[in-house]
Design a protein around this ligand. Structure first.
Ligand code: TYD
Length: 141
């Protein structure tokens, strides 16, 4: 499986008559070892979150309940919108991708799996800086 750009992942469902079970194993179902998880809930439909790119961290995000959308762009003119509305699908987001999550349903619980521990310095939160860094191939802000 190639993981060169943002893409939808489909996880295997191991449900039985007792209910559903989805497994995300680091390095197997997601293309990195998982060092951090966090989850986002209680965001109103009009709210946009994210709006940043990460120099070091890769993510897989999964709406384990409810739905949301994620818009991704690489700063080179390529963008895509993914709808997350099933617990068995996730979106893989590589490093240096500008992302925005929005259109949260009232019951949305967005689970985020991350390849790195939280380090505020590796977040690029200014869109113009992001475009400049992509354009210049510059690793310094
Ligand atoms: P933020 O990055 O703005 O959330 P999102 O991009 O998902 O909308 O983070 C919100 C706050 O939480 C901010 O003060 C930083 C803090 N935070 C951590 O301390 N650790 C983490 O792993 C994350 C994702 C955020």
């Amino acid at each position: 499986m190639q993981f060169q750009g943002p893409q939808m992942l489909e996880f295997q469902e191991k449900g039985d008559e007792r209910g559903h079970l989805i497994v995300c194993e680091g390095g197997q179902d997601v293309p990195f070892d998982i060092k951090r998880i966090f989850y986002i809930y209680g965001s109103a439909p009009g709210i946009a979150r994210g709006q940043h790119a990460n120099r070091e961290t890769e993510f897989v995000i999964i709406n384990v309940a409810g739905s949301s959308k994620v818009k991704v762009e690489d700063g080179k003119g390529n963008e895509a919108v993914f709808t997350l509305n099933r617990p068995r699908t996730g979106v893989y987001i590589p490093r240096m991708i500008w992302k925005e999550m929005y259109d949260f349903s009232e019951n949305s619980v967005l689970l985020c799996l991350a390849s790195e521990h939280y380090k505020p310095d590796e977040y690029i939160r200014n869109y113009e800086d992001f475009l400049r860094i992509v354009r210049e191939g510059d690793s310094e802000v």
